[in-house]
Design a protein around this ligand. Structure first.
Ligand code: 13P
Ligand code: ZN
Length: 269
């Protein structure tokens, strides 16, 4: 559809999503169809795109999201592989539009590719961020990083702040790049509203949430920044594992060393 492909600002954003999808595969975080991405692209939508007819039926949400009425999202397709999203975003994902009451959505471009099974959870997060955090938070990125999932199999890392404190203590950058730490959600069935609601609770204090024995999720303004935040924490997890393998539990940065970063980098305490 030329309404989409001739829209340079929109296609630039789609290219950035493709770029990140490729990284997820290259990093080994996206086995088969693992992970999903949604981005609120309403700012790029023209009158021509608004006029596009629906390619699907109207599919209702369990709960309406009035604050997202008429909003548009690019969202990866259910069962679709990140390595192929990287090649062709519209064979492996679609653009959806929420109805004027925010109670349902329809697919408008480019093909009727069914959205991720985590759609109810992604949309609930976008709705929460718009009203309760910052309307510039336009991105939800979920992926399956091996080292972080491995750590989430150990109860000690599921205690409040232990995962974040352990990873922060591995390298100063992780404290600086992920200043709000990591929330933890105990095991829930993928794609459920229980998982969504537990995640939203964690988004009050964090931009990044680990799902026990499943994966990680990061929200923010920008898809590349969300990827980089996860990448930084995965690097810390790799350093932690390397340290354990080479000499047992590492000391890590001390509280004093970590607190010493707060003032120079203007971090929240
Ligand atoms: P989808 O293929 O439905 O996006 O599911 C992948 C996934 O990671 C579920 O948590
Ligand atoms: Zn998943």
């Amino acid at each position: 559809m030329k309404q989409i492909t001739s829209n340079a600002p929109l296609m630039k954003e789609i290219d950035r999503i493709r770029e990140v999808a490729g990284y997820l595969w290259e990093k080994g975080w996206a086995e088969r169809n693992g992970g999903n991405i949604s981005v609120n692209i309403t700012e790029f939508i023209t009158d021509e795109i608004m006029a596009l007819p629906a390619l699907s039926g109207t599919i209702a949400f369990d709960t309406p999201h009035k604050n997202l009425a008429g909003h548009y999202f690019y969202i990866t397709g259910t069962g679709k592989r990140m390595r192929y999203v990287a090649q062709d975003a519209f064979e492996n994902g679609s653009i959806i539009r929420l109805t004027s009451d925010g109670a349902a959505y329809e697919i408008v471009a480019e093909k009727p590719i069914a959205p991720t099974s985590e759609l109810p959870s992604h949309i609930a997060m976008h709705s929460y961020m718009r009203s309760n955090r910052n309307p510039n938070n336009k991105v939800v990125l979920h992926t399956h990083p091996t080292e972080i999932i491995g750590m989430s199999h150990h109860k000690k890392f599921l205690q409040p702040n232990v995962m974040a404190r352990t990873l922060w203590a591995m390298i100063p950058e992780s404290r600086i790049i992920v200043p709000r730490g990591i929330g933890i959600v105990g095991y829930e069935i993928p794609g459920t509203m229980d998982l969504a609601n537990a995640t939203i609770k964690q988004l009050e204090k964090h931009d990044m949430v680990v799902w026990e024995k499943h994966g990680i999720l990061c929200v923010g303004d920008d898809i590349i920044e969300a990827f980089d935040a996860i990448d930084t924490m995965v690097k810390s997890a790799q350093i932690y594992i390397a340290a354990v393998q080479t000499g047992g539990e590492p000391e890590g940065m001390t509280d004093e060393q970590l607190d010493g970063l707060i003032e120079p980098f203007n971090l929240p305490e």
